[in-house]
Design a protein around this ligand. Structure first.
Ligand code: 5GP
Length: 124
């Protein structure tokens, strides 16, 4: 059972469809734990999404139900993606929206990687 307020995992959500290859995406990384692809509406020069391969609706769900291997593999992938995008020297931001107050739109856990320019303050 998912633990967040987002309900049961919905296999028709857009990221599930991207994982299954039903919707095209500009992929930058894939391994057994994670898939990374460019956001369709970038909010920075580099805006990449990293998602776990498992059926998790949010960070709350992933942190509660993910196995140690899935959690380690996912976060290692986030670091690898940022490194492969050559963001380490200038720096980057990682963000996840969880639930209603954060405005989470897609109910498959994901983190945003932003980079390519100074990103300003953390919240508007
Ligand atoms: P959230 O608000 O859930 O944290 O972020 C969802 C993100 O998914 C948004 O930045 C949005 O632009 C992105 N997105 C929504 N649909 C698609 C899609 O079909 N393809 C890609 N690549 N990104 C998407």
């Amino acid at each position: 059972m998912p633990v967040s307020g987002l309900g049961e995992y919905d296999d028709s959500n857009v990221f599930a469809r991207i994982l299954r290859g039903e919707i095209p995406s500009r992929r930058v990384f894939e391994d057994e734990f994670a898939l990374a692809f460019h956001d369709i509406a970038p909010q920075a020069p580099i805006h990449v999404l990293v998602i776990p391969k498992g059926r998790f609706v949010s960070l709350a769900d992933f942190s509660a139900r993910g196995s140690a291997g899935e959690i380690a593999g996912f976060w290692r992938a986030v670091g690898v993606v940022a490194r492969d995008l050559e963001l380490e020297s200038a720096g980057y931001r990682v963000l996840t929206n969880m639930g209603e107050h954060a405005g989470q739109e897609v109910p498959h856990f994901h983190v945003h990687i932003f980079g390519g320019r100074p990103l300003g303050r953390m919240l508007p």
